[in-house]
Write a protein that binds this ligand. Structure first.
Ligand SMILES: Nc1ncnc2c1ncn2[C@@H]1O[C@H](COP(=O)(O)OP(=O)(O)OP(=O)(O)O)[C@@H](O)[C@H]1O
Ligand SMILES: *[C@@H]1O[C@H](CO)[C@@H](O)[C@H](O)[C@H]1NC(C)=O
Ligand SMILES: *[C@@H]1O[C@H](CO)[C@@H](O)[C@H](O)[C@H]1NC(C)=O
Ligand SMILES: *[C@@H]1O[C@H](CO)[C@@H](O)[C@H](O)[C@H]1NC(C)=O
Ligand SMILES: *[C@@H]1O[C@H](CO)[C@@H](O)[C@H](O)[C@H]1NC(C)=O
Length: 494
């Protein structure tokens, strides 16, 4: 890591970064002024124009300043520098230790961070695909790159509210595009710095230099190339098996745990909503990071550390260092509770696990547990669920009610529906063992047999298909069929 020799150098670098802001914009506005006819300063219209330009420049400057701390070195390096006498405390967040390569990368798109990353070349000649989603700021398209790789491309949404509002305020299409593009640039920096299985993977990015763009003369188009997922459909998720819903919540908690101690410090998600996430093969991934914050909230007393939600307020302690302790972490956790856990977690939880689920609901709903403890509770549930320990009250005698036929599968099935099934047509449930399958079949009046196909879910549970009849059997090495005997004489109460 390059450590500059003197505070003077650091200051110079900082000055460079901040003062080079949109020189192009300034030049353009000067040219514009000249074109308008050699007016002496003074007309009201002129003043308004000047005011708007400087306001836009100010905004651009602010956006840039937001990115600088994200480019800075990791926590440990920060600490080392803080302790070195070269850097006065007040220049900490700006001290010249930010990754200069990354800054170049973001500002001119001239370099590649990693050899395996995709860049503008990867996008040559791709067909525009269908829209995966759009929001206030960004537009996301699905495209297929060479070698049949599906990816999601994220652009500035030129029809979005952010752009619209900027145009209203400043009336400068190029300046506004640049302003809105900063959000996407910030997101790209964050995606480069925050790598986690529950954060969407940045496959690469493309930044055309100003004037180099193919479709416009304008200010450097920015494209993020991302792993492709599917927007989170809360309604659909509500109807899916508990195991799937638990997986989403577990992924979220693992993500929040990572964010609480990330390379950038504790990260708060300021705009925390289900639409900021997508699913990639059933795994939850954060995709919208432009509203992430690594700031800590300064305070003088606990009263400054109020965490407000529509139906609940919390007051957090103001630490000795005069920051609201764990504010980012606690805000994230309560949002996870109110947007995810309350809808997804309790409903249809396995009976042997409900007490643990209730405990999580209560401790997060009251913000009594921190993210470490919450992750601990989730991992405990996962362990129990995987090991089947929560099923210890299954009656072993139930085995006598079933005949097993190995190496066979059924054909001509007469299906019935159950809920919540992995298959919309029939009754397909995740079971820990054949024994749990028997218990379920015996609990369904329509069930006369079920099969285990050898297929498993993410947690390692077996997928069992239940049915009320079939016409014949076929050889199938991986499959087992369990026939329920003497349905009429069935003992009740399973
Ligand atoms: N990698 C991806 N794969 C599939 N869909 C995605 C992907 N990334 C984003 N989306 C979809 O695109 C939408 C818009 O993306 P994003 O949330 O980043 O834009 P935004 O303008 O910041 O949105 P908002 O107005 O919600 O803040 C998302 O809500 C999501 O549904
Ligand atoms: C306006 O300025 C241009 C150069 O900037 C000059 O050539 C031209 O004569 C000026 N016109 C008037 C009306 O002053
Ligand atoms: C939360 O605090 C705000 C501001 O102090 C107050 O107006 C609101 O009524 C409080 N809400 C609840 C649910 O206590
Ligand atoms: C937590 O449990 C307490 C006591 O049982 C109860 O009063 C409270 O409403 C619960 N809170 C939540 C969020 O479930
Ligand atoms: C969580 O645990 C880690 C160590 O595993 C610790 O450094 C951190 O301070 C803990 N966070 C909280 C909020 O307790």
């Amino acid at each position: 890591m390059p450590v500059l020799g003197s505070p003077l150098c650091a200051a110079a670098l900082l000055a460079f970064v901040v003062s080079s802001v949109s020189v192009s914009l300034l030049i353009r506005s000067l040219q514009l002024g000249a074109k308008k006819g050699n007016m002496t300063k003074g007309t009201a219209e002129d003043q308004d124009l000047n005011w708007r330009r400087s306001a836009l420049l100010h905004q651009l400057n602010e956006r840039r300043k937001e990115i600088i701390p994200l480019l800075s070195a990791r926590g440990s390096e920060k600490k080392m520098l803080a302790e070195s006498r070269y850097f006065p405390q007040q220049h900490q967040s700006f001290s010249a230790m930010f990754d200069y390569n990354l800054w170049n990368e973001i500002t001119d798109g001239s370099r590649r961070m990693l050899m395996d990353e995709m860049d503008c070349d990867s996008l040559v000649g791709v067909q525009t695909g269908n829209v995966l989603g759009s929001g206030y700021t960004k537009l996301v398209l699905k495209v297929v790159l060479r070698e049949d790789q599906p990816v999601a491309l994220k652009f500035v949404n030129e029809q979005g509210n952010d752009m619209e509002k900027c145009l209203q305020d400043f009336g400068d299409p190029r300046g506004c595009l640049e302003l809105v593009a900063y959000k996407l640039k910030k997101e790209i920096v964050l995606l480069q710095r925050l790598k986690h299985p529950n954060i969407i993977k940045l496959r690469g990015h493309c930044m055309e230099e100003p004037g180099q763009g193919l479709e416009r003369d304008g200010g450097g188009r920015v494209t993020a190339i991302l792993e492709q997922g599917y927007p989170l459909q809360m309604i659909q998720l509500l109807q899916s098996p508990w195991e799937e819903r638990f997986r989403v919540c577990l992924g979220l908690v693992r993500l929040l745990h990572f964010l609480s101690r990330s390379p950038l410090g504790s990260v708060g998600l300021l705009d925390f909503q289900p639409r900021q996430f997508v699913l990639v093969s059933g795994e939850l991934k954060l995709t919208d990071l432009d509203d992430a914050s690594v700031e800590e909230t300064p305070c003088r007393s606990d009263r400054d550390c109020l965490l407000q939600f529509p139906h609940r307020n919390f007051t957090l302690p103001c630490s000795a260092a005069r920051f609201c302790r764990d504010l980012n972490q606690k805000r994230n956790l309560y949002n996870a509770y109110r947007y995810f856990f309350t809808y997804l977690l309790p409903h249809q939880a396995p009976p042997g696990l409900t007490h643990l689920v209730d405990h999580i609901m209560n401790s997060t709903g009251e913000l009594r547990a921190d993210i470490n403890q919450t992750l601990g509770s989730f991992e405990e549930i996962l362990l129990l669920y995987k090991s089947g320990l929560h099923l210890d009250n299954l009656p072993p005698s139930i085995i006598r009610d079933y005949t097993v036929m190995r190496g066979l599968a059924t054909a001509g099935d007469v299906e019935y529906r159950c809920w919540p099934s992995f298959s919309p047509r029939g009754c397909v449930l995740a079971v820990h063992s054949a024994l749990e399958g028997m218990a379920l079949c015996s609990a369904h009046p329509q069930c006369t047999s079920f099969s285990l196909s050898g297929e498993t879910t993410w947690s390692g549970h077996l997928l069992a298909s239940f049915r009320s009849g079939f016409s014949h059997l076929l050889p199938d090495g991986r499959s087992e069929v369990y026939l329920r005997r003497a349905k009429a004489s069935e003992p009740s109460g399973v």
